[in-house]
Design a protein around this ligand. Structure first.
Ligand SMILES: [Zn+2]
Length: 163
């Protein structure tokens, strides 16, 4: 099994899309908008130089950033960037509206995060993430890898290696 770290070096940023339309189709968001939102996720990731896993959740129609998060696993092992972002969303907007959101994250979600996203209803899980999605027929979202991959890969290559 490939490690998450090794996988990151080849995958780069990931976009998770929650859609209420036919499965495995992206809402019509231009690549430039995906890149703009991924830059916000990268900015979140830079807040933790050792573990630059950052995420933002966006309302795609309005472009409003609904939540943000960065890995805080030094405080709590489950506080991965996606989890922190989801908690920020619930704190600000309540536990609803997940299916209308798009999540941008600087790296492919781990199984914990992917499962949390699936259970929240943001269409997504890594065993790899794609394998979880393919094994979740109820899941209507899709994964789009490679958005600003060079920048997200650089984030991890340049990360601080010691506290
Ligand atoms: Zn995770």
């Amino acid at each position: 099994m490939i490690s998450r770290r090794a996988f990151l070096a080849s995958v780069g940023g990931l976009v998770c899309v929650a859609v209420a339309r036919p499965a495995r189709t992206l809402p019509p968001i231009a690549l430039a908008r995906h890149e703009a939102f991924m830059r916000l996720a990268i900015a979140e990731g830079r807040k933790n130089p050792m573990w630059p896993f950052g995420a933002v959740m966006v309302q795609p129609e309005s472009g409003e950033v609904m939540a943000r998060g960065v890995n805080d696993s030094q405080a709590d092992p489950i506080l991965h960037g996606e989890i922190v972002c989801m908690q920020d969303y619930v704190r600000r907007h309540g536990n609803r509206g997940w299916a209308s959101l798009v999540l941008y994250t600087t790296a492919e979600p781990c199984p914990m995060c992917m499962s949390a996203l699936v259970w929240a209803g943001i269409p997504q899980i890594e065993i790899k993430a794609k394998a979880v999605v393919d094994a979740s027929p109820f899941y209507k979202g899709m994964l789009l890898g490679g958005v600003l991959q060079a920048e997200t890969d650089r984030l991890f290559m340049d990360r601080r290696k010691t506290p």
